[in-house]
Write a protein that binds this ligand. Structure first.
Ligand code: AP5
Ligand code: MG
Length: 214
């Protein structure tokens, strides 16, 4: 099974992809996470990627599609892929079709997480992750069971993303509306789009995704 999770910044793509990975044996392919790894390197590419991400704009189609192609090439064909934050433009959607064909895969579902943009600013500015294992948390909506200790790995170190400030979030939303939302009709024409209410609680959204995948 290969699925795309589509939705604006803060819609819950990463949260739900992590949960699907754990319960369905699928692998999350987040171009945002891959780019955050790239920007850690002190290289010309790392610096370029960091500048683009911190401005809230999109990194070039060629860079992200090459990352997805390489990741799929390293995965067994029978392991399902959850595309999180990719594709984000029409050019990326076209590339994804070619990449999937090359790796003997096809798309089963495109799941759109529908959300209210004002609530997203609250979600994103409250978000943080475990600095050791990457598990995601939120100041109000998803706290660790024991305060200050990661539920998954026990680390006491947490971090916040550089692009999670209100100004950058507004720019990221504008990119979503202008470049990403317009790719939905491509998948609607294939009859593979399902809309899920991303304003429901995390557990209710998870149950809705389970119902689609089973
Ligand atoms: P990326 O990392 O993909 O960020 P994004 O799309 O802006 O989405 P987010 O990761 O912010 O949100 P999410 O939907 O994963 O929400 P989450 O689950 O964390 O991209 C970052 C940048 O990289 C881009 O701006 C661009 O520059 C570049 N980039 C990446 N991919 C690219 C591509 N393909 N092409 C070009 N450039 C690319 O949830 C948010 C918070 O809310 C969490 O704290 C969570 O706990 C909480 N939460 C989640 N669900 C709920 C719920 N139902 N109720 C209450 N709280 C919830
Ligand atoms: Mg994410």
């Amino acid at each position: 099974m290969n699925i795309i999770l589509l939705g604006p910044p803060g819609a819950g793509k990463g949260t739900q992809a992590g949960s699907l990975e754990a319960r369905h044996g699928m692998v999350q392919l987040s171009t945002g996470d891959m780019l955050r790894e790239t920007r850690k390197a002190n290289t010309e590419l790392g610096r370029q990627v960091a500048d683009v991400m911190d401005s809230g704009q999109l990194v070039s189609d060629e860079i992200v599609s090459a990352m997805i192609d390489a990741k799929l090439g390293s995965m067994p064909q029978t392991t399902g892929a959850i595309f999180d934050g990719y594709p984000r433009t029409e050019a990326q959607a076209v590339s994804l079709d070619a990449i999937l064909t090359r790796h003997g895969r096809s798309l089963d579902h495109v799941i759109e997480l529908g959300v209210d943009e004002d609530a997203l600013v609250d979600r994103i500015t409250g978000r943080y992750t475990c600095a050791n294992c990457g598990a995601g948390y939120h100041d109000r909506h998803k706290q660790p069971e024991k305060e200050g200790v990661c539920d998954k790995c026990g680390s006491e170190q947490f971090k916040r993303r550089a692009d999670d400030n209100e100004e950058t979030v507004r720019q990221r939303m504008q990119e979503y509306r202008g470049k990403t939302a317009p790719i939905l009709p491509i998948y609607e024409a294939r009859g593979i789009v399902t809309r899920v209410n991303g304003m429901d609680s995390i557990d209710v959204v998870t149950a809705a995704l389970d119902a689609i995948l089973t």
